[in-house]
Ligand binder design. Structure first.
Ligand SMILES: Nc1nc2c(c(=O)[nH]1)N[C@H]1C(S)=C(S)[C@@H](COP(=O)(O)O)O[C@H]1N2
Ligand SMILES: [Mo]
Length: 510
């Protein structure tokens, strides 16, 4: 390759990487605003660089240190990209593979963050893939077209190459700018969440009773880690609410309208409690349920300030993205731990679980109570207002039904014969579970060992030793609540107010 061909293939590399990085930034704005490729690599660079380097950077660049870092990363990346373009033209695929590797570095940087989103890997993965797919064809165009007579590309093919490379780079810059613009809204929210120091609870959660976690391998842990907690909402893009601009308005059928700001909320006496959330869409045996330790302020106290009128019977909560839930007023004003939660399992709410503030109400399915990114409480009446899912045919009120689940053995699992354990969970929040029974192969119901509950607002674990003989076996379970009611055997689908039926699994014993 002559010098000019080298220049063109270098330009091909720069254009491809610009396109990849641009698409990656756009993808980040869409699926994981805390994990943009450049941002993730920049944060990793900050974490990995020695203290003196950070101090020098701050001393030299002051508050522009982050911008300088981003520009620096950009320059280094483009220099690498130029080299990759030349390499790709010489040794086809080396540039493409290196682009993919660059993407993987971004993925590693993004997923290793303490607060990585579930899709944190995606933006850098997409960036690497786009650059890898673009660099080959573009580098070929930069290098190959030569005329027979002079041995160099004629003016037309040269122009055509630069048109292609220029368009690629331009599209890259345009999508990067769009992505960066779309991320500006999230940036303040992400920064605020990272900087937040949670206040100490005025009342801590009761200690978990000894033996509440049976520690059976394969059994759902008693407290669900936030990273694996189920997520259900109507938001395609996770709303990014900056707490500095957050407020909650309580209005409607009240004597006094109340507006609560973020700092005011944090200054109130906050309480910790364990509550098991469940989704009405959870089928029998399903995983749309999780138990966490929440920190928040009792909604009851806030409503007392507003002083609801005697004809009010419902609170329509609304989120920043327009979701609504209808919660019976009496449930929000009785003694249960219905709270405006700011923390989950000891950390600020993850953005996808409602940062900065969500509702948590023991005993009700999420669709009528657990509003994430909550900004408005309208005190109203069931005959005057309807919530999001009620308009889609779901019940206006959603008390959680008594249910149980078999976690061990897993559905369809093959287990070795011998002494095994059957284990699972059971729940009816705010009422509590008093008994779980198990039947193997339609035999007599045997009472399982029930672990102590954290509270009536949480699920409980249970287990039963089982001597497994080889062959196919069917296992069923059923719970009884603390009011003495047996879980119904009647099978109902989730619509309109929650699934029922006894869980049944079949296992193969070898
Ligand atoms: N803003 C908002 N809040 C919402 C929803 C939603 O779609 N939007 N879904 C609700 C439903 S149906 C459930 S089951 C719970 C789930 O909470 P999680 O995603 O934190 O597990 O959130 C509730 N809160
Ligand atoms: Mo739900």
């Amino acid at each position: 390759m002559d010098g000019r061909a080298k220049l063109r293939t270098a330009a091909a590399g720069v254009a491809s990487v610009a396109l990849g990085a641009g698409v990656g930034e756009l993808a980040a704005a869409w699926v994981a605003p805390g994990s943009s490729p450049i941002g993730a690599i920049g944060d990793a660079a900050i974490d990995l660089s020695p203290a003196w380097a950070k101090e020098t950077a701050i001393a030299v660049f002051g508050t522009a240190d982050k911008l300088t870092l981003v520009i620096g990363i950009g320059v280094v990346l483009l220099a690498i990209a130029a080299g990759l373009g030349i390499a790709e033209a010489r040794f086809p695929r080396t540039g493409a593979l290196s682009c993919a590797a660059l993407g993987l570095i971004g993925v590693a940087a993004a997923v290793s963050r303490a607060d990585a989103e579930g899709l944190a890997w995606m933006p850098s993965m997409i960036a690497g893939a786009v650059a890898a797919l673009t660099i080959g064809p573009l580098a070929r165009r930069g290098r190959a077209p030569v005329t027979a007579t002079s041995g160099t590309p004629d003016a037309v093919t040269r122009r055509r190459f630069f048109a292609w490379a220029g368009a690629t780079a331009l599209v890259g810059v345009a999508v990067a700018a769009t992505g960066a613009l779309l991320q500006t809204g999230s940036r303040a929210a992400i920064a605020a969440r990272r900087a937040l120091r949670l206040p100490a609870p005025a009342r801590t959660a009761p200690p978990i009773p000894a033996g509440a976690d049976l520690d059976v391998p394969g059994l759902a842990p008693l407290v669900t880690p936030s990273a694996t907690f189920y997520r259900v909402d109507t938001a395609l893009i996770v709303p990014q609410v900056d707490p500095a601009h957050w407020s909650l308005r309580v209005h409607g059928l009240v004597d006094h309208e109340v507006v609560l700001g973020w700092n005011e909320l944090l200054a109130l006496p906050l309480q910790e409690s364990y509550t098991t959330l469940a989704c009405v869409s959870n089928p029998v045996g399903g995983g749309l349920i999780g138990n966490a330790r929440w920190l928040g302020y009792p909604i009851r106290e806030l409503l007392a300030r507003a002083s609801p009128h005697s004809d009010a019977d419902m609170v329509l909560s609304r989120s920043a993205d327009g979701f609504t839930a209808s919660t019976p007023l009496e449930i929000l004003t009785d003694s249960r731990d219905a709270i405006l939660a700011v923390a989950m399992n000891g950390a600020p709410l993850p953005p996808e679980h409602g940062f900065p503030v969500r509702m948590v109400v023991p005993g009700l399915y999420g669709y009528v109570s657990a509003t994430k990114w909550v900004v408005d409480l309208d005190v109203t009446r069931f005959d005057r207002a309807t919530a999001y899912w009620t308009e889609q045919g779901w019940a206006p009120r959603g008390p959680i039904k008594l249910e149980s689940r078999i976690d061990v053995p897993r559905v369809g699992q093959t287990v070795p014969s011998g002494d095994r354990m059957i284990a699972g969970v059971a729940w009816q929040q705010h009422i509590g579970v008093s008994k779980v029974e198990v039947s193997v192969d339609d035999g007599a119901w045997q009472e399982a060992e029930l672990a102590p509950a954290i509270s009536a607002d949480t699920w409980v674990q249970w287990r039963l030793p089982w001597h497994a003989a080889s062959g196919e076996h069917a296992i069923r379970c059923r719970a009884t609540n603390r009011a003495g009611q047996l879980q119904t055997a009647r099978e109902a689908s989730p619509v309109p107010d929650g699934a029922t039926g006894w869980p049944r699994i079949t296992v193969h014993v070898a």
